[in-house]
Each structure stands twice: as structure tokens, then as C-alpha cells.
Design a protein around this ligand. Sequence first.
Ligand code: PEP
Ligand code: MN
Length: 370
Amino acid sequence: MSEKNVLDIIPMNEWLPFSQKPVLIAGPCSAESEEQLLRTARGIKEHFDEFVFRAGIWKPRTRPGMFEGIGVIGLDWMKRVKEETGALLTTEVAMPMHVEKALKAGIDILWIGARTTVNPFSVQELADALKGVDVPVLVKNPAFPDLQLWIGALERINRAGVKKLATIHRGFHSYEVTAYRNQPHWEMALELKVLYPNVPMICDPSHICGNTKLTAHVAQKAMDLHYDGLMIESHIDPLRALSDARQQVTPERLYEIISGLVIRNPIGDEQKTPLQELREKINEIDDDLVQAIAARMMVSKNIGEYKRDNNLIVFQMNRWEEILKRVLRLSEDMGLHREFVKQLYVLIHDESIRVQEQVMNAPKKLATAS
Ligand code: PEP
Ligand code: MN
């Protein structure tokens, strides 16, 4: 039996009537202390009149023994944030007990995390706990790239009667080394938008990037694709954060990112000239090229670590000859100019060597996990 692609949704501007676009959800990965929450919220409030303040109270950590969230005491701190700044509050719920405690504390919006969306049992338990409750729910994409699981979670929550529903695109786990912590797979989010055009979509560049270098770029991409909002992790002192330290931005940097966004008019898209369309394609390909180069450099870094640990030399002539031979053969087949590819690869290879040397000369770092 085929299911209808219909979700019974109340438009986001009815339950989140912000005049500022995109809708902004910002705040630290985790609630750590009352002071950290208040200082962060004040910092954000300095720049934004309207925002939803986020903080994880219960944290789904990949490995045990790491900071697993401050627990219910953090909900009292969240209340203080609301009293002081007037911001709406959101937190992650993964168990019925979380729903109960969060609602009791007056949390305005709940979100379901990527590690929960993957599990239909957990999602159903949350859906059951949400029956008869009028609270907006944001459903993050599942941690691995399975669109049906994402849709299934939306359906379960919607069937429980939750009509104030939106999605959060936070990228997908990949075993491969890439420039991102979580591969965006924009095509999958866009497919969801095509199937369910009435479901608002929020982008979470922080979890896609895993660092702060690409946050602005990913946020801009989401705006170009007409997403409805952004969720960005912001911490008053990111480097001291107890979770996701590398990807959080200060409130000041958050302001720079948001004020630097170019919001294009969707109507303009219908009048794109062929030249504009071709240029957009070029931009997309350039993004892919730069990301592929960044991924290649990351592998070079890993090679550098291996060579350092095994006392090997950085430059190996026969390996360079092999690389060049391979790419020249492929580029000839693709009809590319041989001299151009050769020059390009000399540059790429030089940079790889530089990256490897940098690793070999740097002191060893202790392993970290997220
Ligand atoms: C988070 O928002 O801090 C979080 C844990 O998110 P995700 O479920 O996307 O990993
Ligand atoms: Mn986080």
C-alpha cells in the first residue's frame, strides 16, 4: 500500500512569528553552568532581538565517560535565560522522561537529535509521550543518510498530533575523510523539501562542519536553497566548551555570520538567465573542487602522522611519479589539457608535502573524541 506524502502542518510563522529571516536558533551545544548560559544568551541578545535559545541538557555522546549533559538542573538555568532575555527555549529530547521534564520547565520547542531519529522505537516512544501536547518539535535528520528514516520520524511525530513541526538538516555521518564532520548531502534534504514542501527546514551548519571555518559558507548555501532557518551553536568561550568545542562560535562571530548572509529573493530564481544558471553550476563545481582538495589535504595530514610515527621520509619520488601518471592518464581520457593538469598537480603535490612536513615537525597531540 502506498502512503500519501502528506503531513498535517501548521506553518512555522504561526508558531514562531519572527520578523527577522532566517529564523535563528542559537546557543551552546550543552548547558554547562548558569553563568555560561546567561553570558552566552546575553551575548546573543546584544545582537539579535528575536532568537530561540538552544542548549543540550541531556547529551548523546558517542563514547561513555564524556560530558553527558548537566541534567535537570540546567532546565532551571534555561528558565533564567528566558526571564532575562525573553528568548524562546529549545532543548533535545531523546526519552519520554526528557519530554516530561522539559515541558514542566517551560521549554518552548523540543528537538529530536540525529542519534534518536535513526531509531523508530525511540521516535515512537517520544511520539507517544507527545500525544495531546501542544509543543513544536524539530526533527533532525538521522545520523546516517537514509531519507525514509527521516520521513518516518516526521510521520510518527505528526501522527501523534504534533502539527508544529519542522526539520533540521545537520548532515550525515560518513566513514570517509571529508572536509565536513557530517556530509551535507544537500540532495537528500532537497528531496525531502520536494516531497513535503510545507515542512519548514532549518539548517544546522555547526554539526555539518564540525569546525568554524566553513560555518558561514554552509549557512549561505542553506540561504541560497531557501531554508527557513539556521541553528548555530554559540558559546561565550567556545574553546572551553565541554562538548563540540571546535564547532561553536562566539556571539560576536555569530553576528558576523548572520549579518554577512546574502538573502536572495526566491522569485528572482524563476527569471534566471542561462548565463546565471551556468554560473551557479560553476559555483557548485568550485565548491566540490575546494572540498575535494580539503579532503585530500586531510588524508595527507594522516599520511604525515603515519610517516612521523614510522620514521619514514616525506617525499618519495616513485610515489609522486605514480600519482602523476595516474592523473595524466585519466585527464587524457577526460579530454583535459596535459600541461594544465601537470601544473595543477605540481601545486597540489607541493601543498601535500608542506602539510605532511608540518605534521612531522609538530609535537604529537593526544587523541580526542566527540
Ligand atoms: C546537538 O545539537 O548538540 C546535537 C547533539 O545534535 P545532533 O543530534 O545533530 O548530533
Ligand atoms: Mn553539539
